[in-house]
Design a protein around this ligand. Sequence first.
Ligand code: MRU
Length: 356
Amino acid sequence: MYVAQPIEWTDGGVVMLDQRRLPAEEISYTYTDYREVAEAIREMVIRGAPAIGVAAAMGVALGVQKSAAKTIEELKEEFEVISEALAKTRPTAVDLFWALARMKARFRELTRSHLDLAGIRLALIREAEEIHAEKKATDEAIGRFGAEFMPKEGQVMTQCNAGALATAGIGTALGVIRVAYEQGRKLHVLVPETRPYLQGARLTAWELHRGGIPLTVITDNMVGHFLKAGKVGAIVTGADRIAANGDTANKIGTYQMAVLAKENNVPFYIAAPISTFDLSISTGEQIPIEERTAAEVTHIQGVRIAPAGVAAAHPAFDVTPYRYIAAIFTERGVAKAPYTESLARLAGAVPAKAAG
Ligand code: MRU
């Protein structure tokens, strides 16, 4: 089945598919400067928590590769500048900071080894490629664990895009749906368009359509209507950051979907890698919510839809309290309430055997 490739490390630089142009055009850029990679993350050429992490890791590798530093001391200073520029791009998805921390730990290890500058540069490229490869394996394990929870047939719902475009693997939420579909479950996906950035209508619809999985695009204000109709067997979404108690930040609109799911007895699941856990914060109240430009609300693809001069708000994420979440699918198994215990156990655990 077709799997989109949002990012690739090549000898010529970091190649990214421009997700702002999908589905109308499939255009890729090759970035040769880490500042361009930072800009691409900020401007949503690439988006989705795990994919942002992969991009940040490749951005670090690119910055170090292109650095003019002549000594390890000079490179250490430049490494900090590179990391900081990438860290300042988007605040909510913790995968970004996870990937930067991992690259930093590897860099520290390398600077204490016998390697020269060329060796360090090469080893950091390998580390970024390794992170990319791990995302693919992680998504597949999440998919296998989560697929068991999907209905044998009928409607499922998702939010935003938590597919291959968002992870650089097969996707988290869409990975679960994809594996379930490949197992023979006859699913039909309801895809809310996900205003204001339309990741649902543009990206999830594109991925599912390409993969041959039946779908229906709906507007965000139809979610309650369809849940009340009693035909949705499950909801599965991705996550940008999961606090120690299970509170989960995801694309704006996820919270109201979870509340409506509870009201209508539809199980609401999260699919996310362990790298999306932030066990340093006890609740979702501490998750920083990105505020994006009002122009993304007042305009659709450059066309103004609200009167000039009016204010518009654009919190890009909301937090769903843990009590609305029936289970969290990870690459190491399925977490259920009480999350404070199950998430800590999974985070520290030896990988469990995935079903199937
Ligand atoms: O603003 P975006 O498009 O980066 O937001 C993406 C989401 O909210 C996804 O659901 C989340 O990052 C999980 S991606 C597997």
